[in-house]
Design a protein around this ligand. Structure first.
Ligand SMILES: [Mg+2]
Length: 237
């Protein structure tokens, strides 16, 4: 596709998933700390963290870890899940309680396809500081020159514009030269578009959520997403 220079993938739910297949490890962690955690509470915690800018917490890995540790202490103390605690719970769990990850079956071949067509790769996720280590532990080979951006390091969580602009900056591309692919319609489709990126929604095994416009094309897997972006299949040039 004209002027496309890079493809940015979301990580969780797009390239990697929990090794156990269980998606509720954060809820279980909170329950072991004594909180009664309904689906509504988990949704409220996710909403409280969505789009959060936390640049003052993200200057260094040590500073970010200190924020996670202090939140963890407050949780162990039983502080109510509101206000700034609510905003910090999901980032804290991502940093301190992330469970082992495995790659989706199509993740490696999709990354290889992007590289094979001469495009740059980025990974951009609301995630703890060591996103590249998580990708490595999932045995995903991400190119050394890939732009790997976690919210922890960027100081802002999707769909805050700063995290997408940080990706483009690291790629030395303008946003219009970057295509974003991911499983969250708000964070991986709408957010990138708001800064001028193109994007494709990945709907693995899912119907269209109510928030998705009916005329929006959805990809069932990563290769369909790359097809929609016009990235040549392996062997094509
Ligand atoms: Mg995701």
């Amino acid at each position: 596709m004209n002027d496309l220079r890079a493809v940015a993938f979301d990580a969780f739910g797009t390239l990697i998933r929990t090794r156990s297949g269980a998606a509720d490890s954060f809820r279980v962690t909170l329950e072991t700390l004594g909180y009664a955690v309904t689906e509504h509470v988990m949704g409220a915690l996710q909403a409280a963290a969505e789009g959060l800018e936390h640049r003052d917490r993200s200057g260094t890995r040590d500073a970010y870890m200190a924020w996670a540790e202090s939140t963890s202490q407050r949780l162990r103390r039983g502080d109510p899940l509101d206000g700034d605690v609510a905003q910090a719970v999901i980032p804290c769990l991502e940093e301190l309680h992330q469970v082992p990850m495995a790659a989706f079956d199509d993740a490696q071949t999709a990354i290889d396809r992007v590289v094979g067509t001469g495009l740059r790769v980025a990974v951009c996720s609301n995630f703890g500081w060591d996103l590249r280590d998580a990708l490595d532990s999932a045995e995903l080979r991400v190119p050394a020159d890939a732009s790997v951006v976690s919210s922890a390091e960027a100081g802002a969580r999707k769909p805050h514009p700063k995290i997408y602009l940080h990706v483009a900056e690291k790629l030395e591309c303008s946003p219009s030269q970057v295509a974003f692919v991911g499983d969250s319609y708000r964070c991986d489709v709408e957010g990138p578009r708001e800064v001028g990126m193109r994007s494709v929604w990945l709907a693995r095994n899912a119907g269209h959520p109510a928030s998705q416009p009916p005329d929006e094309a959805a990809a069932q897997n990563l290769h369909e997403a790359l097809d929609l972006l016009g990235v040549a299949a392996s062997g094509e040039t």
